[in-house]
Structure formats: C-alpha cells, structure tokens
Design a protein around this ligand. Structure first.
Ligand SMILES: Nc1ncnc2c1ncn2[C@@H]1O[C@H](COP(=O)(O)OP(=O)(O)OP(=O)(O)O)[C@@H](O)[C@H]1O
Ligand SMILES: Nc1nc2c(c(=O)[nH]1)N=C(CO)CN2
Length: 174
C-alpha cells in the first residue's frame, strides 16, 4: 500500500462543495482510500494575485495505484468538475496536486514528486504540517516543520473550517 499526500484547492463558485465532491469521487475509486484530511483553510492567491481567495486543504490517501495512475484519476476528476486549463496559476474550480508519494523522488514528463512548488507554499505547508508534522521531504530529508518558518505567504493562510472528529466528510457537515 502506498502513502500519498495530495493538495486540493478551489477558488471559483461554491469552493467547499467542489472540494467535497472531489473527495467523494476519489473515495469512489476502488484501490484508493482517503485515510485522513486536514482542516480547510482560506488562502490569499499566490502567483497570480488578482483573483479570488482559495480554499485549500491536504488529504492523506492510501492506494494501490502507482503515481502515474493516480495522476490520471485526479486529472479526470478535475475535468469532471469543470476545470479548464487556460491560465497558469489562474482561477480554478478544483486543483488536485500530488505532493508526496511514499518517500519517492519522481522526475518524469508530466509528473514531478515531491511537487516542485510544495516547499514555498504556505497554503500547502500549513495544512500538510497539521496533518503530518513528522513527515519528511525526500529531496532534502528535512521535517515539514522546518519549512514553516520560511514561508512567505503565511499571513495569507487562515483557518476556515476546523477538522472535526469522525470521518473525513464530517468536516463538511457543519
Ligand atoms: N506532482 C504533481 N501533481 C500534479 N500535477 C503535476 C505534478 N507534477 C507535474 N504535474 C503536471 O503539471 C501539469 C500542470 O498542472 P496544473 O495545471 O494543475 O498546474 P497549476 O496548478 O497551474 O500550477 P502548479 O503546478 O504550480 O500547481 C499537469 O498537467 C501535470 O502533468
Ligand atoms: N492561495 C492559493 N494560491 C494559488 C493556488 C492555491 O491552491 N492556493 N494554486 C495555484 C496554482 O496551482 C496558484 N495560486
């Protein structure tokens, strides 16, 4: 079984509903289990700053899929939720990125893991640290908490909905 962290983001329409639906679609796949999720955070846009605020979270998956199969599934779910790829770093109904896959380094056409911009993004590091403070980054062998002090967009990341006890989807019930 493989341990995977994915980053989820949305800044168009009913952001929470897009995120919930994407998690449901992931869970529906045989061979993929959502084992845990972070809280939801509202985050100021990074990169292209003239766009609406995002909701971001991180989910921990256990899966039999290899990283390429998983990417294909995630891209299919992005498309099914109306994701259009026109502006890099621009607005999107749903963005699903593979952050970490086991402790592997993968550099291939169309897939780089750890995600290349993971370490500089507060909207990723903060929820990832909440979910797994002991995680280490394979490329540097450093713990995730050592990156917390160095992120520039920290002020732009605020708790939106705290993770609740109970199952993954309990977060969306309140
Ligand atoms: N770890 C990864 N997870 C998801 N996609 C990846 C990864 N590594 C490379 N990619 C590739 O990145 C391409 C662009 O992805 P996407 O459109 O989501 O980029 P973006 O969200 O605009 O920017 P960013 O990559 O900075 O988050 C995808 O087609 C995919 O093949
Ligand atoms: N706050 C925030 N900013 C972003 C995000 C995101 O998910 N959250 N995703 C981007 C493209 O990957 C670009 N900028």
């Amino acid at each position: 079984m493989n341990s995977v962290y994915i980053g989820i983001g949305s800044n168009i329409g009913d952001r929470e509903s897009y995120i919930k639906t994407s998690l449901k679609r992931i869970q529906e796949y045989p061979g993929v289990d959502i084992a845990d999720v972070s809280s939801l955070y509202e985050t100021a846009p990074v990169g292209v700053t003239e766009q609406a605020a995002f909701l971001n979270m991180v989910a921990f998956l256990e899966t039999e899929m290899n990283a390429f199969q998983l990417l294909e599934i995630l891209q299919g779910i992005e498309q099914s939720l109306g994701r259009e790829r026109d502006i890099r770093w621009g607005p999107r109904t749903i963005d699903l990125d593979i952050l970490l896959y086991n402790h592997e380094n993968i550099v291939a056409e169309g897939l780089v893991i750890p995600h290349p911009r993971l370490l500089e993004r507060g909207f990723v590091i903060i929820p990832l640290h909440e979910l797994s403070p002991d995680a280490t980054i394979p490329t540097t062998n450093k713990r995730i908490d050592s990156y917390l002090d160095h992120i520039e967009d920290k002020e732009g990341v605020r708790l939106w909905k705290k993770k609740s006890a109970g199952d993954v989807f309990a977060l969306f019930e309140s």
